[in-house]
Design a protein. Structure first.
Length: 226
């Protein structure tokens, strides 16, 4: 099954989700390493990021990229595709979803997502490794998270690898695998606490230029919103 935005994709085909296909056409722009490899490819209208869904942890070593099939609309790729569409509609800075695929084989499925590549952007870890950010940047980060929360979206993996800033100082939130709309409020604080722990963790690992007071600025931005 393939879901796609016809504004950007004219011929939905499973090849679109195959990195070899792009390689053979010499249309691979680069790649990024996360849980797996994210490929950046030049699609007909715009540069895109191609990601295959993979499991993390020990269990992931056994079944790697297979998920229990529980209906097309419950697949990882369809859920992320719809969530991104919803966030785009609400003017939250997230990659535009271009196409999503789920391939069923018996009780299981595999999945892939093609989304807009955020141009000229770096993640917060990379940025903070080269220097500190000003207060205004933290305000913008907080405000973007607030905008996502105002739509009711719980980002269950909100860490500083999943926040990008581009050369126009625009903040982008990425990686919505396993995220969902959720009623209530308590998870919003959980997102923020997780993000704070992520700064602290990378401070120890990568010596990023960050201090506790910077998080207060982020929270100020969150309170004010966009
Ligand atoms: N749409 C995008 N535009 C630019 N860079 C991206 C985009 N999607 C992913 N990346 C880069 O690829 C990395 C891994 O992608 P991500 O979606 O976070 O997957 P995961 O963390 O599950 O491997 C990100 O940290 C980021 O550097
Ligand atoms: Mg990620």
């Amino acid at each position: 099954m393939i879901w796609y935005d016809s504004t950007f994709i004219s011929a939905p085909d499973e090849q679109l989700f195959c990195s070899d296909y792009w390689q053979k056409q010499d249309k691979v722009l680069g790649s990024a390493q996360g849980r797996g490899t994210t490929w950046f490819v030049e699609t007909e209208h715009l540069p895109a990021a191609l990601r295959h869904y993979r499991r993390g942890g020990l269990f992931g070593k056994l079944v790697r990229d297979q998920y229990w099939f529980n209906g097309w609309h419950n697949t990882r790729s369809f859920r992320e595709f719809s969530l991104l569409s919803k966030l785009i509609e609400a003017d939250v800075n997230v990659p535009r979803p271009l196409a999503a695929m789920a391939v069923r084989s018996g009780l299981y499925y595999r999945a892939d997502l093609l989304s807009e590549k955020i141009a000229n952007a770096q993640d917060l870890v990379a940025i903070l490794q080269s220097g500190a950010l000003e207060k205004l940047a933290y305000h913008r980060i907080g405000a973007e998270i607030r905008a996502m929360h105002d739509v009711g979206v719980n980002h269950t993996d909100l860490n500083i690898h999943n926040l990008l800033i581009d050369d126009q100082n625009k903040v982008w939130i990425i990686d919505f695998d396993k995220c969902a709309e959720q009623p209530g409020e308590s998870w919003k604080q959980d997102n923020l606490s997780r993000l704070k722990r992520s700064f602290e963790k990378e401070l120890g690992r990568y010596q990023i230029h960050w201090q506790l007071e910077d998080f207060d600025e982020l929270l100020k931005g969150y309170e004010l919103g966009k």
